[in-house]
Design a protein around this ligand. Structure first.
Ligand SMILES: [Zn+2]
Length: 226
């Protein structure tokens, strides 16, 4: 079957799973346009496209941009030259309603979601990654339990002042916020699993092995389209 649009990859992962980093690597190596919905909004607003003006109205009022507007932006993006080979969606769909609408508009154009790679990281690991931030009282120097620990626990390497955690970075706060997001993500993961396009990759490892597994998961599914 010949599709009128390129391949569509939906990259899935919780906050802290490394999705943004992997999206950049994958889009570069596979020649896919990396489409993060946040960037899409910002670009449309900056360029004052008709959809950008509509989206800005919602954002200015502190409201969510409706799915219909987001989908329209995605379709516009699909039509741009750098998306000819396909796109890598990052941050969309966020729920099953959006996933269903995406399937419908892609089907109308002769396309479909080819593969949905999912970077799976257990909740406890996500909390550790997202909740490990510490700040020093004297100069605001940042530390992280996993990626940038201080030489002496609780003490700033630079000025010797005490390290503390902002409310937003405390494990309990991080976990509560994460739980809400994971519920929606689980639903989307199950949606793509039921459609046979989900490919789960163990995201507990470092960037390179995760990227290798993602590339292996994506390549066969997208290759069939050519
Ligand atoms: Zn400091």
């Amino acid at each position: 079957m010949t599709a009128s649009i390129g391949r569509v990859v939906v990259l899935l992962g919780a906050p802290g799973a490394g999705k943004g980093t992997q999206a950049q690597i994958l889009s570069e190596r596979l020649g896919l346009a990396h489409v993060a919905t946040g960037d899409l909004f910002r670009a449309a607003v900056r360029d004052e496209t008709p959809l950008g003006v509509v989206a800005k109205g919602y954002m200015d009022r502190g409201e969510l941009v409706p799915d219909a507007v987001t989908i329209e932006m995605l379709l516009e993006r699909l039509g741009q030259p750098d998306a000819a080979a396909g796109i890598l969606l990052d941050g969309f769909p966020r729920n099953t309603a959006q996933a269903e609408v995406l399937d419908k508009v892609l089907a109308d154009k002769g396309g479909r979601v080819d593969v949905a790679p999912y970077i799976e990281v257990p909740e406890a690991d996500l909390v550790a990654r997202l909740g490990g931030r510490w700040i020093c009282r004297a100069g605001g120097h940042p530390y992280h339990d996993q990626t940038k620990p201080p030489k002496t626990p609780g003490v700033c390497d630079i000025d010797g002042s005490e390290l503390y955690q902002r409310t937003d970075d405390r494990p309990a706060t991080v976990q509560a916020r994460l739980r809400q997001q994971l519920g929606a993500l689980d639903a989307v993961v199950n949606y793509y699993r039921s459609r046979g396009v989900l490919r789960t990759v163990d995201g507990r490892r470092s960037i390179e092995p995760v990227a290798d597994d993602l590339l292996a998961a994506i390549a066969p599914a997208t290759g069939r389209r050519n």
